[in-house]
Design a protein around this ligand. Structure first.
Ligand code: TYD
Length: 214
């Protein structure tokens, strides 16, 4: 390793936008065409302790119970803080050490997911505030798809839905994503239509990444 700092690239989009597919295709292409620049793929919620807890909440496997024994859903603002906590742990344990060691780190979701999804339940400025120590990525790739397209891909890919996976909710998340990009602009942003053929989207991603890494 040359001692040079690597790069941090983030993918964002609604559930079913194709971020996981495009992250995988980008990593494969990097390994083929740029073996000099090692690539690490990661995601949020992360595999760390807070991330594992979040996954349980998203699947509805952690129902809260009041002191009076009444079941109630997990508090959404507490969930927003868990996402922020997971992110700082993810940055400290995975993202920063790898970027500093010269890797290209690609994360499937980051701060803009919190701004878009958690702003359904709390003011966006508060979500910005609790995420303010999360370092900015070098490149933000946004895959833009209509809520209906995302949801039909989710339904085709696995049984059951998570707590945000409903058309009305995702429609509101789509609006909030647009607002989040205005609230917290990234240094470099590439917005691609995620309902185009997978290969076309992958070409768009590659062009943006190549421009970044030179
Ligand atoms: P997703 O990334 O789509 O992964 P999988 O397909 O494995 O379920 O699911 C994560 C869900 O968490 C998704 O609905 C978006 C949501 N989310 C937030 O609400 N806030 C966040 O900060 C992050 C990272 C994710």
């Amino acid at each position: 390793m040359s001692g040079r700092r690597g790069f941090f690239v983030v993918f964002e989009g609604l559930d079913g936008a194709g971020t996981s597919t495009q992250v995988r295709l980008l990593a494969e292409r990097m390994r083929r065409e740029r073996p000099d620049l090692p690539v690490a793929v990661t995601a949020e919620p992360s595999t760390g302790p807070a991330g594992s807890l979040i996954r349980q909440v998203l699947k509805g496997r952690t129902t809260a119970v009041t002191a009076l024994g009444q079941p109630q859903p997990f508090d959404r603002r507490a969930l927003a803080l868990l996402f922020a906590a997971d992110r700082l742990d993810h940055v400290a344990c995975e993202i920063e050490p790898l970027v500093q060691a010269g890797w290209l780190v690609v994360s499937d979701r980051y701060v803009w997911s919190s701004l878009a999804y958690q702003s359904l339940d709390a003011p966006m400025e508060w979500i910005c505030q609790v995420n303010r120590f999360a370092p900015a990525p070098d490149l933000l790739v946004v895959l833009d798809v209509p809520a209906q397209v995302g949801l039909s891909r989710v339904d085709a890919s696995r049984p059951g839905r998570e707590i945000f996976e409903h058309e009305e909710t995702l429609g509101r998340v789509a609006d909030a994503y647009r607002q989040s990009l205005a609230t917290l602009p990234a240094t470099r942003t590439c917005v691609l239509a995620g309902d185009r053929p997978v290969e076309d989207v992958a070409e768009g991603v590659w062009a943006a990444v190549r421009e970044l890494i030179g």
